[in-house]
Ligand binder design. Structure first.
Ligand code: BTN
Length: 270
C-alpha cells in the first residue's frame, strides 16, 4: 500500500461510523486542494467530499496570498460541503469553520486557542491554522462551499516561513507528540460536520457566543486594512451574520472583509 492509501485507511478507521458521510481522496500532490475541488466539483452523492494532498505546489491563502506547507510537516485539505437552498446567509460559514478547528484543537489538548476574525486560528497569538472558504452558488439557490484548511503540524527546522515571527505549529502548541495526520483529520471532520449541520439549520447565531469566547481581539484597538482605506476602532465582537463590529469615531461599522491587526492604544498600527 502507498502512504496515501495507508493514510486513507487509517482516516476511515478513525472516522468509524461517520466514514459513510465522507468521500475521501488522499493524494500525493496537487497545485491547491481548493483549486482542484473548485475546478472539478464532484457530483452530489449526498456525501461531503474531502481532498487531502501531502504536497501543494501552489497553495493559496486568503486575499490572493500564497500558503506554504511541508509534506509530513503540514496537513492540507479541502472539504466540499453542500448547503440546501434556504440555508442562512453564507457570511458566517467561514467563522463556523474556524470555530470547528479551534474546538478540535482544544479537544486534543491545545490550550490558549483563539480566533482572529474571520477565521485564523491562533495559539498564544501565533498562527497555527489558515482557512480559505470559497463559495459556488447554484441556479437552484443551493450552495457549494469549499473549505480549505492548512495546519502547521511540525515545521521543519530552518523552514523559511514568511512572517515567521507570528507562526507556530502543533508540535510546539502541544506538550505531547501531535496525533497522526489521519487521526487529526478525523477529529476535524467530525467537528466540522457537527457545526455545519447546526449552521445549516440555525445559522451563525447559534455559534456566535462560542466564537466570541475565543475572539483574540475582543475589546481591543484594531485596524482593518486591505479592502479600502484602513479603518481604526475597538473590536466589539461579531454580529449574527459573522460581520466584525468595529466601534469607530463615526459609530459602529460592520466589517465584511479585510485583515485585522492589533493597534497599540493611541499609536500607529502594529
Ligand atoms: C490563509 O490563512 O490565508 C488561508 C490559508 C488556507 C490554506 C489551505 S491549505 C488547503 C487549501 N488549499 C489551498 O490552496 N489553500 C487551502
Amino acid at each position: 500500500m502507498s502512504d496515501t492509501s495507508t493514510n486513507t485507511a487509517s482516516l476511515l478507521s478513525h472516522l468509524g461510523p461517520l466514514a459513510s458521510r465522507f468521500a475521501i481522496a488522499w493524494i500525493d500532490s496537487c497545485a491547491s486542494t481548493n483549486s482542484s475541488l473548485m475546478e472539478r466539483m464532484p457530483g452530489d452523492d449526498g456525501r461531503a467530499h474531502v481532498l487531502v494532498a501531502d504536497r501543494q505546489t501552489a497553495g493559496r491563502g486568503r486575499r490572493g496570498r500564497q500558503w506554504q506547507s511541508w509534506p509530513e510537516g503540514s496537513l492540507t485539505f479541502s472539504l466540499l460541503w453542500r448547503f440546501a437552498a434556504g440555508t442562512p446567509a453564507p457570511a458566517g460559514l467561514s467563522l463556523a469553520a474556524g470555530l470547528a478547528v479551534a474546538r478540535t484543537l482544544e479537544r486534543i489538548g491545545v490550550s490558549g486557542v483563539q480566533l482572529k476574525w474571520p477565521n485564523d486560528v491562533l495559539v498564544n497569538g501565533e498562527k497555527l491554522v489558515g482557512i480559505l472558504v470559497e463559495l459556488q452558488p447554484a441556479r437552484d439557490r443551493s450552495l457549494a462551499a469549499v473549505i480549505g484548511i492548512g495546519i502547521n503540524i511540525s515545521l521543519p527546522p530552518g523552514a523559511h516561513v514568511e512572517h515567521h515571527a507570528g507562526v507556530t505549529d502543533l508540535a510546539r502548541a502541544l506538550e505531547s507528540p501531535p496525533p497522526s495526520r489521519p487521526a487529526l483529520l478525523a477529529h476535524l471532520l467530525a467537528e466540522l460536520q457537527q457545526l455545519f449541520d447546526l449552521y445549516a439549520v440555525a445559522g451563525f447565531t447559534a455559534l456566535k457566543s462560542a466564537w466570541e469566547q475565543r475572539n483574540a481581539f475582543a475589546e481591543l484597538p484594531v485596524r482593518i486594512s486591505g479592502e479600502h482605506a484602513a479603518v481604526d476602532g475597538i473590536c466589539r465582537g461579531v454580529d449574527d451574520d459573522g460581520a466584525l463590529l468595529l466601534d469607530t469615531a463615526d459609530g459602529i461599522q460592520r466589517i465584511l472583509a479585510g485583515d485585522v491587526s492589533l493597534r497599540p492604544l493611541g499609536g500607529e498600527s502594529a
